[in-house]
Design a protein around this ligand. Sequence first.
Ligand code: SF4
Ligand code: SF4
Length: 286
Amino acid sequence: MIYAIASGKGGTGKTTVTASLASIWDSPLTAVDLDVEEPHLHLFLKPENMRTSEAYIEVPEPDEDKCNKCRACAELCQFKAISVMGDTLLTFPEMCHGCGGCIAICPEKALQPGKRELGEIISGKSSGNDFVMGRLRIGEAMSPPLMKQIMNDLMENDSEEDLIIDAPPGVSCPAITAVMRADCIVLVTEPTPFGMHDFKLAWEAFSPLDKPMGAVINRAGIGDNSVYDFCQKKDIPIWAEIPYDRAVAKAYSNGYIPVHAVAKLKPTFESLKQSMKQAASEVTHA
Ligand code: SF4
Ligand code: SF4
């Protein structure tokens, strides 16, 4: 099963929820940090035996001598990453999405597969579980290709392990990419007007995917009732409430996993885990 821990905005506690869940998971697990622009999960899970590999995307490399300037590649590319200006063939590798279409259709075989570095894929072990994270190359504009590569590698392994994904915050392409293959989405929010605003956006973005979704309300006790009212109105189950508590903030700031540092959180996360497993299995068996 694949579980995505997402949030409409940063700073809701999504990563500490992911770390807490990963640390109490009772079946084989890979914890995956797909927040590749700002990966933080490793700071809590403290993986060991780390291995790093570089990740690339395939981009066209032109051979000017073979090109007859027919423009077929430029007309195909939806991203304006290849163009013919007068007698010159121009490529813009940073804009290429790596679909390979231009290479496939070039009648003169004037385009060969080249590569652009996306970043790194780092894997290791954390408390007996597997751990994988991506780190986007500084200057790389697109994170979804790296995220997809991490997920493709994990899927290729055909492992029975559950995956818990720490998704990037927000509701744009990277967030959608992170939740796309999930069997269940956990939306972490806080009960404030800002939290409510972005929680609603996240719910609107993810609900068309038609996956089971539940809420975790972090810092419960502050703010107002708007998130609770919205959950009730939209029939979104609240799977956990994490109290606004100095001990939780202290654990977080010291890099400790809250569920271990604050004993009273254990039943909360056990119950959250059961709700997630139940929701995912109901869909699988439907
Ligand atoms: S499709 Fe091939 S031959 Fe035609 S312009 Fe592009 S690179 Fe040149
Ligand atoms: S590989 Fe795809 S995205 Fe990249 S330049 Fe060719 S057609 Fe455009």
